[in-house]
Design a protein around this ligand. Structure first.
Ligand code: NAD
Ligand code: USQ
Length: 431
């Protein structure tokens, strides 16, 4: 963001920003985006995401480099050095040390277990998700209070905290009249998974510490992110960010694009009328920078709904199918029994004006963007692990979905004429 941009507030570009989860899908491109604009950037990550992939024999589609290699490549290309701290934010002494030594003016907190299906896989996954996410954020709040009390916390929350109520979703707070009295209160939360619940718990803890310790925080309730490249990651293959398409960590549009490239039927769950807010990865970077340059006041806890458009899952699948056809791909849309417990027919209208008012200029979703994603994915198609695609995590833990997924696997296998490796039916998760 530079002078002349609507969200520019001047004099902020040398700000010290600490990015938690700086090795992740969004954290890494955010680090490059801010570094390119003159911010002094330090990263924290414990590589848990790389470890979770190893555990389930899956991997990023894109061949991401080690953090050291990425950081060296960025220095070679940009002349800017990123500071790195490898460690777990659940380790309070480690995090205290980082915050005390770097003295950040803003902290962008991406460093969490980010998958709803992963959190629903078993008791262990649910416990690990909530321990990692809630304890990590609590440690961070204490570190800010004790070592950088004026620092602005920019926390990644999620639109899924609200669920799908039958009324418009406001940005964090709603004015309520009850028995003749009025108040502005936190918007009711009905999250979709143990992962989404962890974000609700975080929101309460952050709001509380703004009230009692005068911390300043912005909770970015982000929708589902799509896209692969950003301005900086496209400069050199060594800077590419991770891109996941597996059943646990891949999100809908990203998964559909990978499926289209290999001729796998697009895995629409249930009716496909589930509607969510979405945004381009480039807009995540814009939104985070807008929050940094327009900080919350001391004691203020504010919430921005961070998405640019709403789509149903079926609309996303249709968009990918059209774009695929234009590129000569044969794209079929499958209807899988929904492995999740979620409303499939529901009202959805979420307010999202605050970031637009600060100057967000959205990159909207269209055929051109999807075709360009298909092109990038095709470069890495040999890396696609097909058995990772069909859903395994089941919200109720019932076996029916597996047989449904196995049926789709058989159809896919029998439909393949090119001799490529057949997809394996998913195994039940035993834990
Ligand atoms: P990601 O998994 O790619 O990145 C998270 C990073 O945090 C990983 O590199 C991981 O190793 C690190 N991490 C996790 N726990 C840690 C810990 N205890 N200590 C240190 N590092 C830790 O996820 P992402 O897609 O980049 O998402 C980033 C954040 O944005 C997450 O909080 C996620 O919930 C939120 N979010 C993501 C999306 C999306 O569609 N990608 C949408 C809404 C919100
Ligand atoms: N879906 C399908 N087929 C698929 C994958 C998903 O139909 O192959 C459906 C799901 O059932 C759901 C919708 O698509 O109705 C969105 O699912 P998703 O996997 O794209 O996104 P979700 O699980 O909600 O989680 C993602 C990120 C998470 C973030 C959240 C934002 O992984 O970090 O918090 O999006 S939000 O959805 O707004 O809460």
């Amino acid at each position: 963001m530079t002078e002349g941009d609507p969200g520019y507030r001047g004099g902020m570009s040398s700000t010290r920003v600490l990015i938690l989860g700086g090795d992740g899908y969004l954290g890494w491109p955010t680090a490059l985006h801010l570094s390119a604009r003159g911010y002094e950037v330090a990263l924290v990550d414990d590589f848990s995401r790389r470890r979770w992939h190893l555990e389930q024999s899956t991997d990023s589609l894109t061949p991401i480099r080690s953090l050291d290699e990425r950081v060296d490549a960025w220095e070679e290309i940009s002349g800017h050095r990123l500071q790195t701290h490898v460690g777990d934010i659940c380790d309070a002494d480690f995090l205290d040390g980082v915050v005390a030594s770097f003295r950040p003016e803003a902290i962008v907190h991406y460093g969490q277990q980010s998958s709803a299906p992963w959190s629903m896989t078993s008791r262990r996954h649910a416990v690990e998700t909530q321990q990692n996410n809630v304890v990590g954020t609590l440690n961070l709040l204490f570190a800010i209070r004790d070592h950088a009390p004026d620092c602005h916390l920019v926390k990644l929350g999620t639109m899924g905290e609200y669920g799908t109520p039958d009324i418009d979703i406001e940005e964090g707070f709603i004015e309520i009249e009850h028995k003749g009295r009025r108040d502005v209160l936190p918007f009711p939360k009905q999250p979709h998974s143990f992962y989404h619940l962890s974000k609700v718990h975080d929101s309460h803890n952050i709001h509380f510490t703004c009230r009692v310790w005068d911390l300043r925080a912005t909770d970015l309730n982000q929708g589902v992110v799509y896209g692969i490249e950003t301005e900086e990651t496209a400069l050199d293959e060594r800077l590419i960010t991770r891109f996941d398409y597996d059943q646990a960590f891949g999100t809908a549009l990203n998964r559909f694009c990978v499926q289209a490239v290999i001729g796998h039927p697009l895995t629409v769950y249930g009716s496909g009328n589930q509607t969510r807010g979405t945004l381009n990865i480039r807009d995540t970077l814009q939104c985070v920078e807008l929050a940094i340059v327009n900080p919350a006041e001391p004691g203020e806890y504010r919430v921005f709904n961070q998405f640019t458009e709403q789509f149903s899952v079926r609309e996303l699948a249709a968009l990918v199918q059209r774009a695929g056809h234009e590129l000569g791909l044969d794209v079929e849309i499958a209807e899988l029994e929904n492995p999740r417990v979620e409303a499939e027919e529901h009202y959805y209208n979420a307010v999202h004006t605050k970031l637009l008012e600060l100057g967000l200029r959205p990159h909207l979703l269209g055929g051109e963007l999807v075709r360009s994603m298909l092109g990038v994915i095709a470069r890495y198609r040999d890396r696609i692990i097909e058995h990772a695609i069909l859903p395994r995590a089941r919200w109720r833990g019932a076996p029916e979905v597996e047989s449904d997924a196995a049926r789709l696997a058989r159809r896919y296998e029998s439909g393949r004429a090119n001799g490529a490796r057949p997809v394996a039916a998913p195994e039940p998760v035993a834990e």
